[in-house]
Design a protein around this ligand. Structure first.
Ligand code: CTP
Length: 406
C-alpha cells in the first residue's frame, strides 16, 4: 500500500462507476489495481455496462457487493450513502452519454445520484469513437467538467473497437489509477500549509519482564490517517508512533515511543514547537510497579500471579494544561458504552477532565474501532457540544477533523 495519496498507506473508499461501452472490460483492471493497492472499492455499473460485463465479475474483483438499482436498499438511503462516504470517484469508461449526463447533473440512476451526493474528487476516463469525442457537444461537456475540477484522463489515440483508429481509446487501467490517486492526494487545498501538527498514534506497551508487556488493541490507523491527511494538506507533521500495526506514512517526521512514560517525554518535548496536537494514541493508564530483569518463571510464582500496577501520568491532560496560547489540543475517547446519550455524557465528562479543546468520541468493542478501515465519530468541543459527526474511512474521518481545525 504505497501508491496511495502522498504515499500514505491510507485506505480510500473508491467508487468505480462503469458505463456502457466496450471498454467496460478494461474497468475490471482498474478495480483490480485499486483492490491490490489496498483500497475499499465499490463498483456502480450502469444498466448499459452490465450488458458488457456481468455483476459477478465486478463483485469478485472488487470483493464488495455490487449495487445496480436505485430502488434497492432504499431504507439505508443507498443512493446517497455511497457517494457521501466516498474518498474518490472514478468513471471508467465514461461514454459520451454518461459525460453529457454528468455535465447536466442528471441523477436518473445509482451512478448519477452517487456522484451528485459526493464531494469527493471525480476522475473520468472517456472512451468513444473519434467522431463522438470530437463532436461539439462532447467537447463542450468535457470543458464544463474540467472547469468544475473533474479530472479527465485520456482518451488515447489508437485502435478503436472496429477497424477504425483515432482519438477515443480509453487509457490503460494503470494510467487511470495513477491519475485518480494523484487527484485524490491533491484534492484538498494546502489549507494547513505552514502549520505544525503533532500527532500520537498506536498503543503503548508497558513491560512486565523482557518478554512480556501490557498492551492494547490500537493499530494506529486513525492517528496515521490524521498525520497523512495533515501532510497532504500542507502541514509539517510529526508523528509519535507507539507500536503501529500499519505502515508509517511518508512525508511525515516519525518519532517512536514505547511506553506511556516515553510518550509523555517525547510529546512534552515536541509540544511547544507545534500549533496543533492530536492525541490519538491509546495510552496505558497503568504500568507494572516494577519490571523484572529476567523472565518471570511459572515455577517461582505458582497458580496465580498478582501484578502490582501504578498509574501512568495523563499525557493529554498535562499537554492541555501547559499549552502555549493559540495551540489547539485534540483528544480521543474510546468508549465501550452502547447507549448513545450515555456515550456522549462520558465524552463530556472526559473533555472536562482532560481540558483539551476538542474530543473525538468513538465506540470500541470486540469488533468495533480497532484495525477496521472505517470509523464513526462525534467530535465534542470544550463546552460539550457536538461540532462534527463523521462516518466513513479513517482517511475521510481524518479530513473532517482537520476541516474543523482549519
Ligand atoms: N490519554 C493520555 N494519557 C493517559 C491516558 C489517556 O494522554 N494516561 C489520552 C488518550 O491519548 C486520549 C484521551 O486521553 O486522547 C482519552 O483516552 P481514553 O483511554 O479514552 O481515556 P482515559 O483517560 O484512559 O479514561 P478512562 O480509562 O476512564 O476511559
Amino acid at each position: 500500500m504505497t501508491d496511495t495519496p502522498a504515499g500514505t498507506g491510507a485506505t480510500l473508499r473508491v467508487v468505480v462507476g462503469v458505463t456502457g461501452g466496450i471498454a467496460a472490460y478494461k474497468a475490471v483492471g482498474v478495480v483490480r489495481a485499486l483492490v491490490l493497492a489496498g483500497h475499499d472499492v465499490h463498483v456502480v455499473p450502469t444498466a448499459g455496462a452490465l450488458r458488457f460485463v456481468g455483476r459477478p465479475t465486478f463483485e469478485a474483483i472488487s470483493r464488495n457487493p455490487v449495487e445496480t438499482d436505485l430502488y434497492e436498499g432504499v431504507a439505508e438511503v443507498r443512493h446517497v450513502a455511497l457517494g457521501q462516504s466516498a474518498d474518490l470517484i472514478i468513471v471508467a469508461p465514461a461514454t459520451a452519454n454518461s459525460i453529457a449526463k454528468l455535465a447536466a447533473g442528471l441523477a436518473d440512476d445509482l451512478l448519477g445520484t452517487t456522484i451528485l451526493a459526493s464531494t469527493a474528487p471525480v476522475v473520468i476516463a472517456p472512451a468513444m469513437h473519434t467522431e463522438m469525442w470530437q463532436n461539439p457537444s462532447t467537447v463542450a461537456n468535457i470543458a464544463t467538467l474540467a472547469a468544475r475540477g473533474i479530472t479527465v484522463v485520456g482518451p488515447e489515440v489508437g485502435q478503436l473497437t472496429g477497424t477504425d483508429a483515432g482519438a477515443g481509446r480509453m487509457s490503460e487501467p494503470d494510467a487511470i489509477v495513477a491519475a485518480a490517486l494523484a487527484a485524490a492526494s491533491t484534492a484538498n487545498t494546502a489549507d494547513l500549509a505552514g502549520r505544525r501538527v503533532l500527532v500520537s498514534a498506536g498503543g503503548t506497551r508497558e513491560p512486565i519482564d523482557p518478554v512480556r508487556f501490557l498492551g492494547n488493541r490500537s493499530s494506529g490507523l486513525q492517528g496515521v490517517a490524521i498525520a497523512a491527511a495533515a501532510a497532504a494538506r500542507g502541514a509539517d507533521v510529526t508523528l509519535v508512533a507507539a507500536h503501529l500495526e500499519v505502515p508509517e506514512p511518508q512525508g511525515v517526521r516519525v518519532l517512536h515511543a514505547a511506553t506511556a512514560l516515553d510518550l509523555q517525554r517525547v510529546m512534552t518535548a515536541e509540544a511547544p514547537a507545534h500549533d496543533v496536537i492530536v492525541m490519538a494514541a491509546a495510552v496505558a493508564d497503568y504500568r507494572p510497579a516494577s519490571v523484572d530483569e529476567s523472565k518471570i518463571k511459572k515455577d517461582a510464582t505458582g497458580h496465580t500471579l498478582t501484578l502490582e500496577l501504578v498509574q501512568n501520568p495523563d499525557v493529554l491532560a498535562g499537554l492541555s494544561l501547559d499549552r502555549p496560547a493559540g495551540q489547539v489540543v485534540v483528544g480521543f475517547a474510546a468508549e465501550t458504552e452502547r447507549d448513545d446519550s450515555a456515550l456522549l455524557e462520558l465524552g463530556r465528562a472526559k473533555i472536562a477532565r482532560k481540558g483539551c479543546d476538542y474530543l473525538v468520541v468513538n465506540r470500541v468493542g470486540w469488533s468495533e474501532g480497532f484495525t477496521v478501515a472505517d470509523n464513526d465519530v462525534r467530535v465534542l468541543d470544550a463546552a460539550g457540544a457536538i461540532v462534527v459527526e463523521a462516518v466513513g474511512t479513517k482517511t475521510a474521518v481524518a479530513h473532517r477533523i482537520l476541516d474543523l481545525l482549519v
